[in-house]
Design a protein around this ligand. Structure first.
Ligand code: SAM
Length: 343
């Protein structure tokens, strides 16, 4: 990963200058003010991880990535290229997730809320309750000989649940170091079947490792679906499957991208359940606001509210374009042929 080459303050310095010189409106841009008009606004990108950048600019100058300009710094042409790549790897939501995964770990309010809404606290940052997880597991048939890759695993509780239920070996990948650390610490006694690593959804594990199941629960929104499916299908064993929980806000699904990648699939429409889930979320979140606030976790509560609907009417597909799907995807004939040496 490009970010491995730079210290955190250097990453922040590069992004700060990128935001001042060529800001972009990134997708999933949680609470950060896009197109900042000054350094302070640009640095709000890093939320509570904001750090002093004075010495970082000087170090970047020795690498010819920045140069002094008037009373501040600007990126050199080489610096612009690097800054662009670093910003892509560390979008504003990255810093939000660092706070989120740390906050929910010790939040009694989140624990109670999750039990009410999901049936169990599996650290969900999504819409997948125990019923939906069981439905998925029935369709993929895992056992102690199976290997699973959970992409965007968060604190790894869903990966652990799947392994506990099936005996499968599960690897969880997420780009948030705090989440991976929490997952590893919690599951040391199960390290024979659970492992967690920092990685990016576009390139989650080193080449040459294949899985019986590649799982994505609400992690497809952070990159291009075509790029992701092309990368993920290379990780499947012959006859392996992918399971993807996917929310579409505008009704567009990923079937065209699946077909483009020669992937056959079954799709389950969970839109009604999803609508009812959002309605329940609204009621419980409203009831529990004080608990979240008293823990200092208002930002978690605000996010739960964003994922809810106050509309009490029954689900009407004509009225709402929002759709939620579970895709169970089979490995394509093409990639089975590519892996013909695999046993
Ligand atoms: C919506 S949450 C879903 C988490 C979990 N799968 C669940 O169902 O609760 C998306 C997860 O993807 C992770 N994520 C987002 N972008 C990523 C990236 N580029 N590489 C790796 N993980 C990423 C986030 O840290 C977060 O844990």
């Amino acid at each position: 990963m490009i970010t491995d080459n730079y210290r955190e303050d250097e990453i922040q310095a590069l992004i700060t200058l990128a935001e001042l010189e060529f800001p972009i409106d990134t997708p999933n841009n949680i609470t950060y003010k896009t197109f900042p008009s000054n350094i302070d606004e640009a640095q709000s990108y890093f939320r509570s991880f904001r750090t002093d950048l004075t010495s970082a600019y000087k170090r970047l100058q020795t690498q010819s990535l920045v140069e002094p300009h008037k009373d501040f710094w600007i990126l050199t042409p080489g610096g612009k290229e690097i800054a662009e790549q670093v910003r892509k790897a560390r979008p504003p939501i990255y810093y939000w997730y660092r706070e989120y995964h740390s906050a929910i770990e010790n939040s009694e309010a989140f624990d109670e809320f999750s039990r009410r809404i999901f049936g169990e606290n599996l650290g969900q940052h999504d819409f997948t309750d125990i019923t939906q997880l069981k439905m998925m597991l029935e369709r993929v048939q895992l056992d102690t000989g199976s290997s699973v890759l959970d992409i965007g695993c968060g604190n790894g509780k869903i990966a652990e649940y799947i392994s506990d239920m099936t005996g499968a070996k599960v690897t969880g990948v997420d780009y948030i170091p705090e989440a991976i650390e929490i997952a590893r610490k919690r599951t040391t006694s199960k390290s024979d079947r659970l492992s967690f690593q920092i990685g990016d959804i576009e390139d989650p594990v080193e080449a040459g490792i294949w899985f019986d199941l590649v799982l994505s629960i609400d992690s497809m929104y952070f990159s291009d679906a075509d790029i992701l499916l092309t990368a993920w299908k290379k990780l499947l064993k012959p006859h392996g499957k992918m399971a993807i929980f996917y929310l579409s806000l505008d009704g567009k699904d990923i079937s065209a991208v699946l077909e483009k990648n020669s992937l056959s699939y079954d799709v389950y429409d969970l839109s009604r359940e999803h609508w009812e889930h959002m309605q329940r979320k609204h009621i419980s979140a409203k009831e529990m606001k004080a608990q979240f606030v008293s823990e200092g976790n208002l930002f978690v509560w605000e996010n739960l509210m964003m994922e809810s609907v106050s509309d009490k009417s029954p689900y009407d597909p004509e009225k709402t374009p929002m759709r939620r799907y579970l895709y169970i995807i089979n490995n394509s004939l093409d990639s089975i042929r590519d892996q013909s040496t695999l046993h």
